[in-house]
Design a protein around this ligand. Structure first.
Ligand code: SF4
Length: 134
């Protein structure tokens, strides 16, 4: 079995073990890691070392790296990744988050105006629906 196939199988098994079907956000921590003089990094965008360089054999299965993999396999960014702001995946995530935050208050305001305009009917329908479903 080729390295890339084995990585894919390991990743899928990890996701099944975690009970998730979410799309993995990044494959880097399953495919490679960087052994530098300043320490071990899970990817080239890593902000800080997860272990000293001398521990390179143990670092592959170290709790810090497992934690990063666990988050990514669940389709989320780990706290470590969120600190690595040079990563393009993190930048995309932060940009999407900022866009959502900017857009949400406008949406709430618009829905409020629409509700007032229609004499509160949308809100009454919404609450009736919520009550019927609960
Ligand atoms: S920092 Fe970016 S490249 Fe590195 S593991 Fe996290 S998501 Fe992947």
């Amino acid at each position: 079995m080729g390295l890339l196939n084995r990585v894919g199988v390991e990743e899928r098994l990890a996701a099944e073990e975690l009970g998730t079907t979410s799309e993995c956000l990044c494959h880097e921590p399953w495919e490679s890691y960087y052994i530098l003089r300043r320490g071990i990094l899970p990817c080239c965008h890593g902000s800080k070392p997860i272990a000293p360089m001398e521990d390179f054999e143990r670092a592959w299965n170290a709790p810090a790296l497992q934690e990063i993999r666990k988050h990514l396999a669940r389709g989320r960014l780990s706290p470590y990744c969120l600190e690595s702001t040079g990563c393009p995946i993190v930048q995309r995530h932060l940009h999407a988050q900022r866009t959502r935050e900017r857009w949400l208050p406008d949406r709430v305001r618009t829905l409020g105006k629409l509700n007032r305009l229609l004499g509160g009917k949308p809100a009454r329908l919404y609450y009736r629906l919520v009550r019927a479903l609960s």
